[in-house]
Design a protein around this ligand. Structure first.
Ligand code: SAM
Ligand code: SF4
Length: 362
């Protein structure tokens, strides 16, 4: 396909927000800088028209790295014994929530390894109630704590959480089986996404991409899957190596520039087909390039998750090697982020929950 034809696919999608699998594959395969800029600029124009030059923040609290799962790619998988395990105390989580209030972030995310013991479910429920009380109901709360029963999701919703992020990781069941041990079920993952909708959350999902054995058409189908699921928000990012994992051990180095470009193309194409959802510019982009998260915003993303966790714990929460900001405290994270967001002409949506327009229209 020549550049003129590719250019007309972008023009058409900017107007009607529709792309089929072949068209998405064509856009994901773009190599020319001129066409890449055209794609990113079209996605950014949609973001400006639907959302404005506004970035919403979610203060990220990495509550613990104890996980019952053993995903082949993840640095905190249960089978990795080269790290010390932690679960923050309630006071430590509340302290992070207080920082979010002090920094006027408007919203937080509690993210961590997947646990489903009755004690853990009670602990999260009680912590949510305390965060709501402490913030006078002002702080928005997103959870990302893996697969749970419908009842647990409902209890956490009733306690004050209103958004939940659960990535499908890949929409291709065969690939899912390659990324996970046999005990991790693709169908259960889908069921959990259904439970989240039934429990009234704003539902977020996402994928990991750019790993061996995956084709452009798998990635295109991932984006079409997210559209079909009608998600309110997306957090997705390129695979990055963690050497103490089955997928990362002996993995040849990945090309950072290629992974970053792929990440930006995925964001831009998603923005073309889902104009009014929240899309996160994830930390993994910053790991690939110092200005990676800002590039994500300019390719159509509108959410950033600055880390609020204490630096003492950050090195124990490495999903992949070379996680950025490991020694940077929450105040430094905030100051650096504010400067860099302003430098690209965007404004921070301080003090707001920043729900997606997609959800508001539902
Ligand atoms: N345990 C919860 C779950 O899996 O849904 C939430 C925390 S989990 C660490 C958050 C996300 O990290 C996962 O959905 C996965 O996509 C991502 N992740 C883990 N290891 C990664 C890696 N090596 N490269 C890129 N992303 C990774
Ligand atoms: Fe656990 Fe989530 Fe990592 Fe899988 S991706 S091992 S569920 S923390």
């Amino acid at each position: 396909m020549n550049n003129l034809q590719i250019s007309s696919i972008i023009d058409k999608a900017e107007k009607n927000h529709h792309l089929d699998c072949d068209e998405i594959c064509t856009l994901l395969a773009i190599e020319s800088d001129e066409l890449l800029q055209k794609l990113f600029q079209a996605a950014y124009r949609i973001k400006l028209a639907e959302i404005g030059n506004i970035v919403s923040l979610r203060g990220l609290i990495e509550i613990g790295n104890i996980c019952r799962k053993n995903c082949y790619y993840c640095g905190i998988r249960s089978g990795n014994h080269n790290l010390s395990r932690y679960l923050l105390t309630q006071d430590e989580i509340l302290h992070c929530a207080e920082l979010a209030i002090k920094f006027n972030y408007g919203s937080i995310v509690l993210q961590g390894g997947e646990l489903n013991t009755p004690d853990f479910i009670d602990f999260i429920e009680d912590t949510l109630i305390k965060i709501k009380k402490l913030s006078d109901n002002q702080l928005g709360i997103t959870l990302s704590l893996g697969e749970q029963t419908l009842e647990s999701y409902q209890r956490w919703f009733a306690a004050g959480a209103h958004r939940y992020l659960l990535r499908i990781e890949t929409s291709n069941e065969e690939l899912y089986k390659k990324l996970h041990p046999a005990s991790h079920s693709f169908k259960e993952r889908l069921n959990s996404l259904d439970y989240l909708r039934r429990a009234n959350y704003q539902v977020g999902s996402g994928v990991m991409f750019g790993f061996e054995g995956q084709s452009y058409s798998d990635m295109a189908n991932d984006l079409l899957f997210l559209k079909k699921l009608d998600v309110d928000m997306v957090g997705m990012g390129p695979y990055s190596i963690h050497k103490d994992t089955p997928m990362g051990a002996n993995h040849p180095p990945l090309d950072n520039d290629k992974q970053l470009k792929l990440g930006l193309k995925m964001i831009a194409v998603l923005r073309l087909i889902m104009p009014d959802i929240n899309i996160a510019s994830t930390t993994v982009l910053q790991a690939l390039s110092p200005m990676g998260r800002e590039a994500g915003l300019l390719a159509g993303a509108n959410v950033i998750m600055p880390n609020l966790s204490d630096v003492v714990y950050r090195k124990s929460y490495q999903l992949y090697d070379n996680k950025p900001g490991i020694d940077e405290n929450a105040l430094e994270s905030r100051e650096n982020l504010e400067k860099s967001i302003h430098s690209i002409g965007e404004k921070i949506n301080y003090g707001q929950w920043g729900d997606s327009r997609h959800f508001a229209k539902r």
